[in-house]
Design a protein around this ligand. Sequence first.
Ligand code: F6R
Length: 368
Amino acid sequence: EKDGHDWFMRKEIFEQPHAVADSLLGRRTRTGELQLDEMRLSDQELRDIDKIIIIAAGTSFYAGMVAKYAIEHWCRIPVEVELSSEFRYRDPILDYSTLVVAISQSGETADTLQAIRHARLQRSKVLAICNTNGSTIPRESDAVIYTHAGPEIGVASTKGFVTQLVACYLLALYLAQVKGTRFGDEIADVVHQLEAIPGHMSTVLDRAEEVYELARDHVGERTVLFLGRHAGYPIALEGALKLKELAYIHAEGFAGGELKHGPIALIDEGMPVLCVVPPKGRDQLHGKMLSAIQEVRARGARTICLAEEGDRSAAAVADTVIELPKVPVLLQPLLAVVPLQLFACELATAMGHDVDQPRNLAKSVTVE
Ligand code: F6R
């Protein structure tokens, strides 16, 4: 049942290329337009939306953070991302022109369910991104985008997460299509780039052994830090969460630019810092990230950089490089998260922990 793997989690990590491909299936009409079967909101209703609030918990929240970058870039609609457990208590400003997007793998997370009930009482439309057919959250939503990860058994979300990302990209592109934004021409390109992701993910997975070796070197570590910028920032947070929940190691993710505002004081000799390096582009993201890495390295950190293949300037500031195939920055989370999942899984295994059922955690959290 685990296909020869020791853990469901490891099996599910390796299923990700397939899960992504399945989540992209049937989303294009013959004329190349995007279609989302269970959207159930009319084009007019979608055009009327002037604000999006994404609510989710844990790993799904990080998918929501990535979605903000994608939706704001492609659709020019302002997006807020909020933890579902906090949402109701701040008296959020909602009305019929606000679209609330609830992201939940299980579809049963109580915090998220209560949040969408609150949103609907305020007349907002709710769209669920969910992996579990017929679960409560999609049943109580106006529209659904189902992810097609298949059942996720390991408590730590992996293929659930990457398929949530795919659904978020599809939503962003669909909204751009309906609204006819200036990024209209890019839609077909991005869909093609998404369709190439399963192959790229397999390339990353083929190099799993390198990541495993690295992970085994970190048994006994007290603190591990993660750095990212832009869409790589939520991935740094996700990498840290995986390490906390599986290896019970203190881990934190930071935005590269935020380091100098305090966290850099944490760095001492030998502290491992995993860095998600944005692809080289025309903007300054890449260079800014490299200077953050240099800063921590100068203070004794051991830097492990996830960087685009052939990125020599990243290699120059890294003690170890994990190469990622070349993709646009907004899609890089789909690839960058994979080595971080492998790292946490292997490190926890080497420490003798039960990776599928970490202590104190349940697969779906049905209490608030
Ligand atoms: C982390 C993890 C949790 C869930 C969170 C939300 O690996 O699995 O953080 O992501 O409890 O669960 P769903 O997506 O089912 O609402």
